[in-house]
Design a protein around this ligand. Sequence first.
Ligand SMILES: [Zn+2]
Length: 161
Amino acid sequence: MNIGNYICPICRDNPNSHSLKYLGNFNNSEFLYTRPSDAIRYDDRPGILAHYKGVFKTVIKIDNSNTNYNRWSWLFDARGFSWEHYLEMGVAIDLAKLINTPIYSNALDKIYIFRPPALLNMTLFIVYPFLSKSLQEKIVIIDEIPSFIPRNIKNSICINL
Ligand SMILES: [Zn+2]
Protein backbone atom coordinates (compact mmCIF):
# COMPACT_ATOMS: atom_id res chain seq x y z
CA MET A 1 0.00 0.00 0.00
CA ASN A 2 1.35 3.41 -0.93
CA ILE A 3 1.81 5.94 1.79
CA GLY A 4 -1.24 7.92 2.75
CA ASN A 5 -3.62 6.32 0.26
CA TYR A 6 -6.27 5.25 2.73
CA ILE A 7 -9.77 5.77 1.43
CA CYS A 8 -12.36 6.52 4.07
CA PRO A 9 -15.72 5.08 2.95
CA ILE A 10 -17.65 8.04 4.36
CA CYS A 11 -15.39 10.62 2.68
CA ARG A 12 -15.46 8.59 -0.57
CA ASP A 13 -19.25 8.96 -0.69
CA ASN A 14 -19.30 12.52 0.65
CA PRO A 15 -15.97 14.33 0.15
CA ASN A 16 -14.92 16.62 2.99
CA SER A 17 -16.98 14.70 5.54
CA HIS A 18 -13.85 14.51 7.71
CA SER A 19 -10.54 16.36 7.59
CA LEU A 20 -7.29 14.43 7.81
CA LYS A 21 -5.00 14.08 4.84
CA TYR A 22 -1.42 13.22 4.02
CA LEU A 23 0.69 16.14 2.79
CA GLY A 24 4.08 14.52 2.17
CA ASN A 25 7.47 14.02 3.80
CA PHE A 26 9.03 17.25 5.02
CA ASN A 27 11.91 17.64 7.43
CA ASN A 28 12.18 13.81 7.60
CA SER A 29 8.66 13.50 8.94
CA GLU A 30 5.43 12.35 7.33
CA PHE A 31 3.03 15.27 7.60
CA LEU A 32 -0.68 14.94 8.24
CA TYR A 33 -3.00 17.90 7.97
CA THR A 34 -6.36 18.55 9.50
CA ARG A 35 -8.66 21.53 9.59
CA PRO A 36 -11.82 20.81 11.56
CA SER A 37 -13.65 23.75 10.02
CA ASP A 38 -13.26 22.07 6.59
CA ALA A 39 -15.10 18.97 7.75
CA ILE A 40 -18.82 18.74 7.13
CA ARG A 41 -19.33 15.87 9.59
CA TYR A 42 -17.19 17.21 12.43
CA ASP A 43 -19.62 15.51 14.85
CA ASP A 44 -19.25 11.99 13.37
CA ARG A 45 -17.32 10.55 16.29
CA PRO A 46 -16.96 6.89 15.17
CA GLY A 47 -16.39 7.86 11.54
CA ILE A 48 -13.67 10.38 12.40
CA LEU A 49 -11.88 7.88 14.63
CA ALA A 50 -12.00 5.23 11.88
CA HIS A 51 -10.71 7.77 9.33
CA TYR A 52 -7.76 8.66 11.60
CA LYS A 53 -6.93 5.02 12.30
CA GLY A 54 -6.99 4.25 8.58
CA VAL A 55 -4.73 7.18 7.70
CA PHE A 56 -2.32 6.36 10.56
CA LYS A 57 -2.08 2.78 9.32
CA THR A 58 -1.03 3.85 5.82
CA VAL A 59 1.24 6.73 6.89
CA ILE A 60 2.92 5.70 10.15
CA LYS A 61 3.00 2.04 8.99
CA ILE A 62 3.85 0.30 12.23
CA ASP A 63 5.05 -3.25 11.62
CA ASN A 64 3.85 -6.26 13.61
CA SER A 65 6.78 -6.09 16.03
CA ASN A 66 6.11 -2.39 16.78
CA THR A 67 9.74 -1.61 15.97
CA ASN A 68 9.60 -0.20 12.46
CA TYR A 69 7.47 2.81 11.69
CA ASN A 70 7.55 6.18 10.00
CA ARG A 71 7.99 9.33 12.04
CA TRP A 72 5.12 11.76 11.63
CA SER A 73 3.97 15.27 12.39
CA TRP A 74 0.51 16.73 12.61
CA LEU A 75 -0.38 20.14 11.26
CA PHE A 76 -3.60 21.18 12.95
CA ASP A 77 -5.07 24.15 11.17
CA ALA A 78 -7.23 25.83 13.79
CA ARG A 79 -8.50 28.67 11.63
CA GLY A 80 -12.27 28.69 11.80
CA PHE A 81 -12.41 26.52 14.90
CA SER A 82 -15.61 27.58 16.60
CA TRP A 83 -18.24 26.65 19.17
CA GLU A 84 -19.76 23.82 17.15
CA HIS A 85 -16.32 22.17 17.06
CA TYR A 86 -15.65 22.91 20.69
CA LEU A 87 -18.90 21.24 21.70
CA GLU A 88 -17.83 17.98 20.03
CA MET A 89 -15.35 17.33 22.81
CA GLY A 90 -15.94 13.58 22.52
CA VAL A 91 -14.18 13.74 19.16
CA ALA A 92 -11.27 15.68 20.67
CA ILE A 93 -10.94 13.19 23.53
CA ASP A 94 -11.07 10.18 21.17
CA LEU A 95 -8.30 11.69 19.06
CA ALA A 96 -6.22 12.62 22.11
CA LYS A 97 -6.43 9.04 23.37
CA LEU A 98 -5.56 7.64 19.95
CA ILE A 99 -2.50 9.87 19.53
CA ASN A 100 -1.46 9.19 23.11
CA THR A 101 -1.16 5.46 22.28
CA PRO A 102 2.54 4.83 23.03
CA ILE A 103 3.49 3.74 19.53
CA TYR A 104 1.81 6.73 17.86
CA SER A 105 3.10 9.25 20.38
CA ASN A 106 6.65 7.83 20.22
CA ALA A 107 6.58 8.08 16.44
CA LEU A 108 5.29 11.65 16.58
CA ASP A 109 7.73 14.50 16.04
CA LYS A 110 5.50 17.50 16.64
CA ILE A 111 1.94 18.75 16.64
CA TYR A 112 1.83 22.17 15.03
CA ILE A 113 -1.29 24.12 15.92
CA PHE A 114 -1.73 26.84 13.34
CA ARG A 115 -3.38 30.12 14.32
CA PRO A 116 -5.58 28.89 17.16
CA PRO A 117 -8.47 31.09 18.23
CA ALA A 118 -8.76 31.65 21.99
CA LEU A 119 -11.56 29.07 22.12
CA LEU A 120 -9.12 26.28 21.23
CA ASN A 121 -7.42 26.79 24.60
CA MET A 122 -10.55 25.39 26.22
CA THR A 123 -10.37 22.27 24.05
CA LEU A 124 -6.67 21.87 24.88
CA PHE A 125 -7.50 22.24 28.55
CA ILE A 126 -9.96 19.35 28.23
CA VAL A 127 -7.68 17.02 26.26
CA TYR A 128 -4.40 17.68 28.11
CA PRO A 129 -5.17 15.18 30.90
CA PHE A 130 -5.39 12.48 28.20
CA LEU A 131 -1.90 13.30 26.91
CA SER A 132 1.39 12.17 28.40
CA LYS A 133 3.84 14.85 29.48
CA SER A 134 6.17 14.06 26.59
CA LEU A 135 3.28 14.35 24.16
CA GLN A 136 2.19 17.68 25.64
CA GLU A 137 5.72 18.95 25.10
CA LYS A 138 5.50 18.14 21.39
CA ILE A 139 2.71 20.65 20.86
CA VAL A 140 3.78 23.95 19.36
CA ILE A 141 1.63 26.91 18.46
CA ILE A 142 2.56 28.55 15.17
CA ASP A 143 1.46 31.65 13.35
CA GLU A 144 3.15 30.74 10.06
CA ILE A 145 3.38 27.41 8.23
CA PRO A 146 6.96 26.08 8.76
CA SER A 147 9.33 27.22 6.03
CA PHE A 148 10.42 23.65 5.19
CA ILE A 149 6.95 22.95 3.79
CA PRO A 150 7.06 23.75 0.07
CA ARG A 151 5.12 26.66 -1.33
CA ASN A 152 2.85 24.51 -3.54
CA ILE A 153 1.77 22.48 -0.52
CA LYS A 154 1.12 25.64 1.47
CA ASN A 155 -0.97 26.94 -1.39
CA SER A 156 -2.98 23.72 -1.53
CA ILE A 157 -4.02 23.96 2.11
CA CYS A 158 -3.96 27.64 2.89
CA ILE A 159 -5.38 30.76 1.51
CA ASN A 160 -4.26 34.27 2.47
CA LEU A 161 -0.77 33.32 3.60
ZN1 LIG B 1 -13.42 10.22 6.35
